[in-house]
Design a protein around this ligand. Structure first.
Ligand code: ZN
Ligand code: ZN
Length: 429
């Protein structure tokens, strides 16, 4: 089973670099390659504590050169198809801003001009079994069940330092109403680029002065930087922050912008630009911006390499010839004469052969009438249908009488040492 990281953009977080403390989990290879693939959100049994999987180099897997080429070509094909679909997404709507290549795939998957899709060299990929995966808690956003007070942390070190204050004995509520009881917030903001962001009272915005995307934290007009989260609405997109001191709402509903897209688009002068960067609040388990792409390859260990090269792109004719000669197909298409010869001297074929000839004659006649426009307009579909049916009938006869399929019960690779290949493509960053 091959597991290939989707070429879709995924969160190459700065958190990943700052936090080397990721732990390793034990799961079956199949689970690691799917439910726990890098950057998937998950909870441990019992639903306590949301975490995110972090990519980790698994055990190296030895594969034949042909298999490696097939995997590489498949990734190339998938990436290119994704890129082209994304680039053409607005082709029919000229009112929308043009799609930029960097919005479609990771910059590492673009050529030097950042204009076209280009898969990095095969030497940039590390092929491995999904033998282990790392994880860290995420999102690092917490809310008090009792008073609604909200806390978020940029990294695990920050959370670690603050943990004692998230205990019930250390109520952080400025109004000291009741004892605090903290839980992890199971909501994140996702962007259709594949990026995600944890909630915080504030927004990613473009700074003209600094010419970059900046994370702006809000401060209430009363000067407070402590906020509660109002989760009364059943629609999570309508939740909002209120000041923990004066109760003033921060905004009507919480809105977030995608940092990466802000960086790509720079200053947003219009509503359209704002639409491009807006993220959507989503339960962390159900992010529609993430999925794992998997594919199946068979790694032939012995002398079948030569055969496999025929499955590579641009070898269609060679493959056709191979199949035709191996299984006794005539390379050219069947003629009426071939059918006649196949039926010759076989009394059991007489009726089918007569049917065949009759169908051929009828097809020719009906085609001629269609071509010369002798058929009334209203009758055309019926006649065409008639021709199609007759062609199928003639083909059935010719196939039954000329060939036996399959010629022999031969399957390739049965005696070879096959092994399921497993791969996690390294993002190369
Ligand atoms: Zn509280
Ligand atoms: Zn306030």
């Amino acid at each position: 089973m091959e597991k290939i990281k989707t070429p879709a953009k995924s969160k190459a977080t700065s958190m990943e670099k700052k936090e080397p403390k990721a732990k390793v989990m034990s799961r079956s290879r199949n689970q690691l390659a799917t439910s726990y693939a890098p950057e998937s959100f998950f909870t441990f049994e019992g639903g306590l504590g949301a975490c995110i999987s972090r990519s980790s180099a698994g055990e190296y897997i030895q594969l034949s050169d042909t298999t490696i080429s097939l995997i590489y070509e498949r990734m190339n094909e998938l990436g290119r198809a994704w890129f082209e679909a994304a680039m053409g997404a607005r082709a029919t709507d000229v009112k929308q801003p043009e799609v930029m290549p960097v919005q479609c795939v990771e910059a590492a998957l673009l050529d030097a001009d950042r204009a076209n899709f280009l898969l990095p060299g095969v030497d940039r990929f590390y092929l491995c079994r999904p033998s282990h995966m790392e994880y860290t808690p995420a999102p690092l956003a917490f809310v008090c069940r009792t008073c609604g007070l909200f806390r978020d942390y940029d990294d695990l070190n920050e959370l670690d330092k603050d943990l004692p204050y998230l205990a019930p004995d250390h109520c952080q509520d400025p109004k000291k109403a009741r004892k605090c009881d903290w839980e992890q917030l199971d909501v994140i903001f996702v962007h259709w680029s594949g990026n995600w962001e944890q909630p915080f009272p504030g927004q990613w915005q473009w700074s003209d002065k600094e010419a970059k995307a900046v994370k702006r934290r809000d401060i209430c007009i009363c000067g407070s930087q402590k906020f509660r989260i109002n989760r009364r609405s059943p629609a999570i997109g309508d939740w909002f922050f209120t000041c923990a001191v004066c109760d003033k709402p921060l905004s009507q509903k919480w809105l977030q912008n995608d940092e990466d897209t802000l960086r790509m688009l720079g200053n947003l002068n219009d509503a359209q630009g704002l639409t491009e960067v807006r993220m959507q609040a989503a339960p962390y388990r159900a992010s529609s911006a993430y999925y794992v792409k998997s594919d199946l390859f068979i790694d032939f260990k012995d002398g079948n390499q030569q055969l496999l090269t025929r499955l590579r792109p641009g070898r269609k004719e060679e493959l056709k010839d191979f199949i035709a000669s191996t299984y006794g197909f005539a390379v050219q298409s069947i003629t009426d004469e071939d059918v006649r010869k196949a039926c010759e001297g076989k009394p059991e074929c007489t009726k089918e052969f007569a049917n065949y000839l009759s169908a051929v004659a009828t097809i020719a006649q009906a085609r001629e009438q269609l071509e010369k426009d002798l058929v009334p307009e209203g009758m055309k579909p019926m006649v065409q249908n008639f021709v199609d049916t007759a062609i199928i009938a003639s083909l059935t006869v010719s196939q039954e009488k000329s060939f036996v399929w399959p010629p022999t019960a031969r399957t390739h690779g049965e005696s070879t040492n096959q092994e399921n290949a497993e791969l996690v493509a390294d993002r190369g960053d």
